[in-house]
Design a protein. Structure first.
Length: 219
């Protein structure tokens, strides 16, 4: 299989509607992988009318961590910033774990013993550059966005993370395109790959808006 035609291409930002495992062998090397892959937790959610919470179906490749791990292994020579669950096996070659703390009322779904599930892991993997200690591993001040994807991450958080690295950014599990919006806002080149066309459409519309939506504060 050759590289498919871009679904979207503008100002150094490219989207491919495809399975990332088919596209990656045809790409030039990149400098950073910033991605929110399937967590491997078989995510589904029923409707909760009391909290105006809509039902959510499954996510492709989320039955276990096989898809995530096979893709990250192909990119082991690249710095990787990977969102994930603390309730599933960590990605291969995890070298550090940060925690993204969500808003105060988050994490009601799946709560146990009175404790909300209001944090997610941010795994640092692959070929990370050496640098001096500067930041806390607890990332707070940014809140989850609503744009049609059940796990959309804050643009501001992705901007903050991407800005710690240089060069071209790759998101092999692009979803609604938050990594690409962050790259655009930073004036960086980026490649996004997404298997579901509905999310490619959302991402393309977000990028076409040319809105610099950094959003929340930094920690």
């Amino acid at each position: 299989m050759s590289l498919p035609p871009p679904y979207y291409e503008r100002d150094g930002i490219v989207i491919y509607h495809a399975d990332c495992r088919d596209v990656l062998p045809h790409l030039e090397p990149v400098d950073l992988v910033l991605t929110d892959p399937p967590y491997g937790i078989a995510y589904r959610r029923g409707e909760n009318k009391a909290r105006a919470s809509a039902a959510r179906g499954g996510i492709a490749g989320d039955a276990d961590t096989t898809v995530r791990d096979s893709v990250l292994s192909c990119l082991r020579d690249t710095a990787q910033v990977v969102f994930g669950s603390l309730y599933a096996p960590f990605p291969p070659d995890t070298r550090h774990v940060c925690v993204w703390r969500k808003r105060a009322d988050a994490g009601l779904y799946g709560a146990e013993y009175g404790f909300r599930r209001d944090v997610e892991a941010v795994f640092l993997c692959g070929a990370l550059p050496r640098r001096t200690v500067e930041w806390s591993s607890v990332l707070s001040g940014w809140h989850q966005e609503r744009n049609g994807h059940p796990h959309a991450k804050p643009v501001g958080l992705c901007v903050w993370l991407a800005d710690k690295f240089a060069g071209t950014i790759l998101d092999p599990f692009m979803g609604s395109g938050t990594t690409l919006v962050a790259a655009r806002d930073l004036g960086r080149k980026a490649i996004g790959i997404e298997i579901e066309e509905r999310y490619c459409e959302i991402a393309a519309k977000r990028l076409a808006q040319q809105v610099f939506d950094f959003g929340e504060t930094t920690p």
